[in-house]
Write a protein that binds this ligand. Structure first.
Ligand code: SF4
Length: 429
């Protein structure tokens, strides 16, 4: 049989990249040859995202782009957007396969079925999201770091969020099974694994185990050298987890905490499970145990009901917080969420202005964080991407460092002293 060419494109979060990596490995059996998404392919696969309107728009653009590159191709759209809007996607010319978040792991077999179907017929297979099954995945060769999926779904019901509908209830494997998968990653050349999921702090709930217990076990393994946490909900980021990160060298001093707003009234309206006092307490506890830790906070601007006064309150709270930078998100209304029914919506122009103001604050904090680390001796994991004559990598506390490109340094960990600051908080060594 003629080898078919296949191209993958992933939108959205680290979890999606982890899953695409696992799904695409199934196609390395000689029957398929993977090509770039900009190249002519027989099959284009998009692992989609539905967290914002832009993410969905980007998916539709990629479908059109694929069909322009090869009008004879089959396009398969899998993942979160497919889970939420299967019919809409199936109606787009060129879309031959639409698979939900449970069915996406059967992509290889479902693509085979297409061969026996009339060209105009497509396959739509999206079940409701009640699956208890947890499919562990991890990425390898594509990057220096591995995105290791340890948890999926979410039981929280934040008013603006479509993810519980797209990914179902919170679930994970047992610690023993998770360690077995981690051991597979340890067999590869990967130096850093990033623990990924939707609500990783909720790990182990179905089995009566905890995220803290998992971290202790992972920290006791020898490889890979580094373990980095992706975002952990403030109410799930306990002092014992912070102390463990402070104690264990292989756990990176980097915390990504979704704050979402610095105004308690907005947090209540969003249905978040903490207030600004708790968030401030978490920051103080981290600074007490790990003074040079990187603390990144997610914040949404323009949530319905966010008056100028409440935005100012949020901004002033953040200005007073010792965080390293802020991930700024503009509120994006999602159908099927409680927030979509709210009437006091904020004008897009105002949302844009607020996002700019908050980004300026974040840039200042990032520069200040970089300056505060001047003279620090730390370790950098060099990545393979080359920009001109340079290569870069991240320190343990997530500061980007650049140096002259040297192939022998790719995927190695090197001790450096942070002395020369470049732009945007990047150091040069
Ligand atoms: S914690 Fe809230 S914002 Fe995060 S995935 Fe769950 S419902 Fe969405």
């Amino acid at each position: 049989m003629k080898t078919k060419t296949i191209a993958f494109n992933t939108l959205g979060c680290k979890l999606n990249f982890s899953e695409t990596a696992a799904i695409s490995r199934r196609f390395q059996d000689g029957q398929f040859r993977e090509v770039g998404f900009h190249e002519v392919a027989d099959i284009y696969v998009i692992n989609s995202c539905t967290v914002t309107q832009n993410a969905e728009k980007r998916c539709r653009e990629l479908i059109r782009k694929a069909m322009k590159t090869n009008p004879e191709a089959h396009v398969a759209v899998i993942g979160c957007y497919s889970q939420i809007s299967p019919a809409g996607l199936a109606a787009i010319p060129g879309v031959a396969l639409v698979l939900g978040n449970t069915e996406k792991y059967q992509l290889f077999d479902r693509l085979k079925e297409l061969a026996y179907k009339p060209a105009q017929d497509n396959i739509v297979d999206v079940s409701d999201n009640t699956s208890e099954a947890f499919i562990p995945t991890y990425s390898t060769g594509e990057r220096t770091r591995s995105f290791f999926k340890i948890q999926d779904g979410c039981d929280y019901k934040c008013a603006y969020c479509i993810i519980p509908k797209a990914r179902g209830k919170s679930r994970s494997n047992t610690i023993a099974a998770t360690l077995a998968t981690a051991a597979e990653i340890a067999e590869t050349s990967i130096k850093e694994m990033v623990l990924t999921g939707v609500n990783i702090g909720d790990f182990g709930k179905p089995q009566g185990e905890t995220f803290h217990q998992l971290l202790k076990e992972l920290a006791a393994m020898e490889k890979p050298e580094r373990i980095r946490l992706s975002s952990v909900e403030p109410d799930l980021l306990t002092e014992e987890i912070i102390r463990l990160v402070a104690k264990e060298e292989r756990l990176m001093p980097h915390f990504h905490i979704p704050l979402q707003s610095g105004s308690d009234s907005i947090l209540r309206a969003m249905g978040r499970r903490y207030n600004t006092r708790l968030f401030a307490d978490r920051v103080e506890t981290i600074r007490k145990h790990i003074p040079h830790a990187c603390i990144a906070a997610d914040v949404i601007v323009g949530y319905p009901g966010e008056t100028e006064e409440l935005f100012r309150e949020s901004l002033s709270f953040l200005s007073g917080m010792d965080v390293s930078y802020v991930h700024v998100f503009s509120y994006s209304e999602r159908a099927q969420t409680r927030a979509a029914d709210l009437t006091d919506k904020i004008h897009p122009k105002v949302i844009k202005d607020r996002a700019k103001t908050l980004q300026q604050l974040s840039d200042k904090k990032k520069q200040a964080f970089a300056e505060a680390n001047k003279g620090l001796t730390t370790k950098v994991l060099w990545e393979k991407d080359r920009t001109g004559d340079h290569m870069s990598g991240f320190t343990e506390n997530y500061i980007r460092v650049k140096t002259k490109y040297n192939e022998n340094k790719v995927n190695t960990i090197e001790e450096v002293v942070l002395n020369i600051t470049g732009k945007n908080g990047v150091y040069l060594v």
